[in-house]
Design a protein around this ligand. Structure first.
Ligand SMILES: [Zn+2]
Length: 307
């Protein structure tokens, strides 16, 4: 029997300026006027429905950025309240996590007038006990775990992501007290695809041929196990912004972390930004169309998997 072929196209919508290496409201305007229309047109071309995760910050700033995706049939999910590194979910207390989740959910629900059930943490940073808070806030699907993604040196909060090494690869209901393990809670985890390298927009832009190789390996795996593809990209990767300053903001706490985490990472991350990213992404989507994958949203995956 052939395995099911499912692909989730997911988008994190935020005000991060990749070019200027910081959060910037002005970038949100580019996302609204350039990034989102480009992606929405591309998705229409393939007749696919995607999931868009919004920070409360950008949703409040430009509610239209939410409405435009909702109006075209896509799922609206939460990407937390803010993308500030100091307020990542694995730094906040459980009380703060709950408050951020509830506020972000409310902002989005007020805009679309429909329940929001799917979540992805900014920078995919969550801690073990997170399912309890997610449940309490009324979420059903999480997509913050990236099983067997190994590019940790370039990622903030890296040590806490060691759990990714042992997390299941197929979508799974998590343990109430451990998001990285299979269990019987009501939260469905849809892991972001990776096979050593992550299968995400950033990697697609900076190393297109290596990315195609990763995708082929992942495809072979799907043929064997039915593992869902969960591709992650950002509308802010498809904007043609103007560079404000050449200075790179320092986030790493020591020199090594600054060199790898800030300088090299920045140089890589700006490759094929903006309009140049579109034909590369188009080829990725064409692959799934050609291989007759079913494109589903997070909520649709939940409805397929719920007991
Ligand atoms: Zn994000």
């Amino acid at each position: 029997m052939s395995k099911e072929r499912i692909c989730l196209i997911t988008n994190d919508v935020e005000t991060t300026s990749i070019l200027n290496h910081k959060l910037r409201d002005k970038t949100g305007e580019y996302v609204l006027n350039q990034g989102m229309p480009r992606l929405l047109d591309l998705y229409d071309k393939y007749g696919l429905k995607a999931t868009f995760f919004y920070t409360g910050h950008i949703a409040k700033l430009y509610p239209e950025v939410v409405r435009m995706a909702y109006g075209r049939g896509h799922e609206i999910g939460s990407h937390g309240l803010t993308h500030e590194v100091s307020k990542a979910f694995d730094v906040l207390s459980p009380e703060e996590q709950l408050s951020h989740l509830k506020q972000s959910k409310q902002i989005l629900e007020d805009i679309i007038g429909e329940e929001v059930v799917s979540f992805r943490a900014p920078a995919a940073r969550v801690d073990k006990g997170f399912p309890q808070v997610l449940t309490e806030a009324g979420f059903k699907v999480d997509s913050s775990v990236s099983s067997q993604r190994l590019d940790m040196m370039f990622s903030f909060g890296a040590l806490k992501k060691l759990h990714w090494l042992t997390a299941p690869r197929k979508a799974y209901f998590v343990q109430t007290d451990n998001i990285f393990k299979k269990g019987d809670s009501i939260i469905l985890e849809a892991p972001i695809s990776a096979f050593g390298f992550p299968y995400i927009g950033t990697f697609m832009r900076i190393a297109p041929s290596l990315n195609r190789f990763t995708r082929r390996v992942l495809y072979w795996e799907t043929m064997c196990s039915g593992r869902q593809f969960v591709f992650l990209t950002h509308p802010n990767e498809f904007i043609d912004e103007v560079q404000e300053t050449t200075e790179i903001e320092r986030r790493g706490s020591n020199y090594i972390s600054y060199m790898f985490g800030d300088v090299i990472r920045h140089k890589l991350k700006i490759k094929n930004l903006g309009e140049k990213a579109l034909p590369i992404y188009d080829r990725e989507l064409a692959f799934f169309k050609e291989k007759r994958f079913e494109f589903v949203t997070c909520k649709e995956l939940y409805n397929k998997k719920k007991p």
